[in-house]
Design a protein around this ligand. Sequence first.
Ligand SMILES: Cc1ncc(CNC=O)c(N)n1
Length: 238
Amino acid sequence: MTLKILVRSEKKKKQLQMEKRGVIDTWIDKHRSIYTAATRHAFVVSIRDGSVDLSSFRTWLGQDYLFVRGFVPFVASVLIRAGKESGESSDMEVVLGGMASLNGEIEWFKTEASKWDVDFSTVVPQKANQEYLRFLEALMSNEVKYSVMMTAFWATEAVYQESFAHCLEDGNKTPVELTGACHRWGNDGFKQYCSSVKSIAERCLENASGEALAEAEDVLVRVLEYEVAFWEMSRGGD
Ligand SMILES: Cc1ncc(CNC=O)c(N)n1
């Protein structure tokens, strides 16, 4: 093979690999700084290095409990759309798996609350929490395309997966009392589930119109911004 042909075939190979990467990875690359801000926030890094302050953790716990209660109806609406729009594919089973794990999650939050002496009945949702939930509520409308909904759903789950998995990676000094939270979202099963949700979103986006693609990219960035603002609440303490 001449050099020219060799170079050309390497380029072609790269192109094919790029195509396989999917549009979500392209968007993550494009919006890398906000993605990193959401998945490597100071609060998460402080869990990993053991410097986390407990009033921050308690604030996060109370706010996230309220968030998860608001997240359930969003996931339920994704489930309904999955049943209507995904035909014979296994979207419904994947989303149902996510719903099932939220059931255990709510119980886990209650156990943690008594452990950390947090009284959920007195926790008031902060502005960032309310705004995030209002945004998800708007995505439950039938006007919102399935591909756009699925992209938002993936982004929300993926931020927690990436963040808490980081707290369990080699070299962590995560305090043992906080490893429960980290395992909840950082375990391999949750990673696999996020990857299944991502594949569903990618499949939908492959057939999406230019308009739907633009909306999905926008929704992805907005989820990342809401996640950053959510982590920021923990700074305020109680
Ligand atoms: C703010 C926020 N984002 C994502 C998740 C993870 N999904 C369900 O638990 C969460 N718990 N909280």
